[in-house]
Structures are given as C-alpha cells and as structure tokens.
Design a protein around this ligand. Structure first.
Ligand SMILES: Cc1cc2nc3c(=O)[nH]c(=O)nc-3n(C[C@H](O)[C@H](O)[C@H](O)COP(=O)(O)OP(=O)(O)OC[C@H]3O[C@@H](n4cnc5c(N)ncnc54)[C@H](O)[C@@H]3O)c2cc1C
Length: 451
C-alpha cells in the first residue's frame, strides 16, 4: 500500500534552508525543538534527496560567509551530520530548471521543497555600471570564496580608492577582507587567486556610501566593530553629524551610531582609511573602458562630487532568481507562497514548498533558516496527513537517479563531495592553510570521476 512506503521528498538547494529542512524531515525519535519543548513533526519514514546545482554543498556557508569567519563556516559540521542520517541522499551537479524541471520533480517525488537561495543581485541602474572595475559585491564575495561561476573574474586592486555602494553587512565583509593583512587571510580558506590579487593591492581608501543617515545604516554592530580591529586603518564619517542621531531611535540603532562615533575618535590615524559617507547616492560611474570615477550626489543639498576610484562594488542586496516552470514574484524576487506552500495566482501547487532566502527574500542570518525550514516541513507533513500530496507515480530512489543520469553527464553523491573535501584539506595542509578550495566545476568533477 502506498501509505506504507516512506515519503519521498526532494529538496532543491543544499544551503542552510535546504539542510535544515533535511534535518527536520529526518528528525528521528528525538523530535524537533518547538516553543521550548521537543515535538514530533514527522510521524512516518521519510527519504530525502537534496539536489544541488554545484558539485559542493552548503550554499552561502561556502560561497558567501567571509573566509575569516571560520566559526560561521563551522555550521557545515551540523549539515554534514544531517547528511549522514539514514534516508539522506545528496545529488550534486544537477540544476533544477535546466537539467530537470519542476514538473519532473513533481512527478518523481511526493513533495518538493525549494531552497535555492538568492542567486542574483540588485543592480544600481546607473550609467557606467558595466565598466571594467565595476561589479556587484556578490560577485566579489563569490570570487574570493572560490565559487566556480565567479572564479574566472579578475579584480585589479592596484588602485588607491574603492567605493562600496551600500552599507550592510556584506559591505562590511568586503571592506574588512580588502584591508585584512595577507598573513591573516593566508590562515583562511580564501581562494588562492584572491589571496594573490589582495597581496598586490594598493588600496589606501575605501568609501562606503549610504543613501540615508546613520540611523538607517544597514550594518550590524558586530560587523562594524570588526572594522575597528583592522590595524593601521583610520575610520571617519562624512555627510552627517553623528551627534544629531534622533534620540527616539531604537536601542540597536543608538548602539551602532555611538559605536561608529567612538571608532572615528579612537581610530583617527592610519596609513589607510575607511570613510562612511552618509546621505550619498551614486549617479554615474565614469571611465574609458575602466572605472575612473564615481559621481555621488549629497542628498541633503543635491550637490554632486566626482570621486576618483578604480573599483566600485554595489552592495545593495542579493535577489532571488526565477526557476523555469515555477511562479516568481518579480517585484520581491521570491517564489510566492502561503504558509510555505508555493502559490500560482493565489492557488497552492500540490506538493510544492519553499523555504529560506527564496521564500523570505535575502535577509536573515544562518539560524533564521532553521525555523523557516521547520515551517516548510510542518506544511509538508500536514499535507501528507491530509492526503494532499500527489503520491501517484512517485519513483524509487534508484529510478530517480537513473532519470537524472540520463540527462546530466556527471552527477555526484555525498561520497563525491567528501572526496573533494578531503583533497581540499590535504592541499591546504601542504601549504599551511586550512583548505585550498577547488574553484572550477571541471576540476571537481575530474577528481570525483578519477576513480
Ligand atoms: C556575503 C554573505 C555573508 C554572510 N555571512 C553570514 C554570517 O557571517 N553569519 C550568518 O549567520 N549569516 C550570514 N549570511 C546569511 C546566510 O548565508 C543566509 O542566511 C543563508 O545562506 C540563506 O540560506 P539559503 O539556504 O536560503 O540559501 P543559500 O545559502 O544561497 O543556498 C542555496 C543553495 O541552492 C543552490 N541552488 C540554487 N539554484 C539551484 C537550482 N536551480 N538547482 C539546484 N540547486 C540550486 C545553490 O547553489 C545553493 O547551494 C551571509 C550572507 C551573505 C550573502
């Protein structure tokens, strides 16, 4: 009887949201921690396939989180232990929407949870944005983290000034990496080519533009304070008077603004400088082929100034990417949903769920995805209990792999990733580094298929 076999669920994407979803689905007898107590949300056997477009798992833990934040990268150990649970299978190098369609997955599985993150970015929409030397912070972050889609990029850091547009935590990460000593970065898993480029850097100044005043600054306190730890680096503020921050601002805002004021006072000297420029909006990037200047308007009096710069990085937000065959809210850049169920024109698609950044938008820390994943799994289980999952025609684990392998020339399982992982760590050890990342899909698949 159909109801006696395990539920077969596909999860698309192996970042935090996908892996927490797998963890909840394979929760085991201990149950799931909800509202201060353990509750069983999964009451039947489940098999989970995690489909990932890269040969490597863990999403932004590997390709977003800054290399000098190894404590955050260590979250991967939790996902690794989930991947070893009974019923879990990783299928890497399969892109849903290209290699297999959402319709295929709906047919092959009882339910599908989409956890594909935010694989795109918001653009500035000003002239000169496509000049050499102008890119998104997302591209820069993915590049220094060795993401195979970005490892071909070149960032020439032999210029004196870089301008970051946007002052959120991603801008803080980028500024910190740009000014970190090479000896510090050598002890991280930053991509080797990025280490070389940063070693040749001649940057003396990083300007961080914020459209509004400091009370609206998007960075968090800890990320700001880390900039204060950079040696020989002065920090200053332009375009505002920090002492005028409204007294009715919330506690976190007051804390951040006070911390910034303190940093400016304590870090007034240094051969390099980070300038927080508020109430400043870019209007154009100028140069002959290569960025030479960025024009910035002061939003208080509309005066315009041109800043010489060799590098401009737009850190104004990640954005979800539409998947062929699924509805997409183009305004918010998310897959539309209600209670984690994907909806098309307001109507829930049976057996299709969404979680993580592609559901909520690109906001929130790693841990935010745990509850989000739990909500999605609770919706799957509620629908299973109400017989709302389309369970006819579901394929066995072996049949699914056969169907995928008929379309993708090389896929890899978790043992394939473990092989890459071991190689990266051993190559790292040989150079006194924690890991030497493989940065091309070809090299990774070559290693896995080498026998
Ligand atoms: C630069 C940066 C630094 C950050 N630093 C921190 C930090 O220090 N601490 C912290 O708590 N949070 C941090 N975050 C936030 C954290 O990374 C996110 O909350 C989290 O990664 C979102 O999880 P997700 O699973 O929704 O997306 P992702 O982590 O992006 O995972 C999505 C996965 O889906 C895969 N995928 C995409 N499309 C497809 C497809 N079509 N088919 C198959 N697979 C697909 C992707 O390859 C990826 O592996 C940072 C974020 C960024 C951008």
């Amino acid at each position: 009887m159909i109801s006696e076999r395990p539920l077969r669920i596909a999860i698309v994407g192996s970042g935090p949201a996908g892996m927490y979803s797998a963890g909840h689905l394979l929760e085991g007898p201990g149950g799931t921690f909800i509202n201060g107590g353990l509750n069983q949300i999964v009451r039947r056997p489940v098999e989970v396939d995690v489909l990932e477009r890269l040969p490597t798992p863990w999403g932004l833990i590997r390709s977003g989180v800054a290399p000098d934040h190894p404590d955050k990268k260590r979250m991967a150990a939790i996902y690794d232990s989930i991947a070893r649970r009974q019923g879990f299978r990783f299928i890497g190098n399969v892109q849903v929407g290209r290699d297999v369609s959402p319709a295929d997955l709906s047919q092959w599985y009882d339910g599908v949870i989409y956890a594909v993150g935010a694989d795109d970015e918001r653009r500035l929409g000003i002239t000169g944005e496509d000049l050499r030397g102008s890119d998104s912070a997302r591209a820069f972050v993915s590049w220094y983290n060795g993401h195979p889609d970005f490892s071909d990029l070149q960032f020439d850091l032999r210029c004196e000034r870089a301008v970051l547009v946007g002052n959120g935590n991603v801008a803080m990460d980028v500024a910190r990496i740009l000014f970190s000593p090479i000896s510090t970065l050598h002890n991280t898993d930053i991509a080797s080519y990025a280490l070389d480029a940063l070693g040749k850097s001649q940057l003396k100044e990083i300007v961080i533009l914020g459209r509004r005043g400091p009370e609206h600054a998007a960075f968090n306190y800890p990320e700001l304070m880390e900039l204060g730890e950079l040696a020989d680096t002065a920090i200053s503020v332009e375009g505002t008077d920090l002492s005028l921050t409204p007294e009715n601002a919330d506690y976190e805002t007051q804390l951040k603004v006070a911390a910034l004021a303190k940093l400016c006072k304590e870090k007034s000297q240094g051969s390099r400088r980070i300038v927080f420029r508020f109430n400043a909006a870019p209007t154009a990037i100028v140069g002959e082929g290569q960025v030479a200047q960025i024009k910035v308007v002061d939003r208080r009096d509309q005066s315009e100034q041109a800043l010489n710069a060799g590098l401009v990085l737009a850190a104004i937000g990640y954005r979800g990417l539409a998947i062929d065959g699924l509805p997409f809210d183009d305004v918010r850049g998310v897959i539309p949903s209600r209670d984690s169920r994907i909806v098309d024109n307001g109507i829930a698609i049976a057996g299709a769920y969404v979680t993580g950044w592609i559901k909520r938008g690109p906001k929130g820390i790693i841990g935010s995805n745990k509850k989000c994943a739990r909500d999605a799994v609770a919706a799957v289980m509620a629908d299973a209990d109400s017989n709302l999952l389309p369970m006819e025609g579901t394929l066995s684990a072996a049949q699914v792999l056969e169907a995928i392998n008929a379309r993708v020339s090389v896929t890899l399982g978790f043992s394939g990733w473990q092989k890459i992982d071991r190689q990266e760590q051993s190559d790292g050890r040989a150079q006194g580094r924690p890991r030497l990342k493989m940065t091309t899909t070809g090299a990774m698949l070559g290693l896995v298929t080498a026998g």
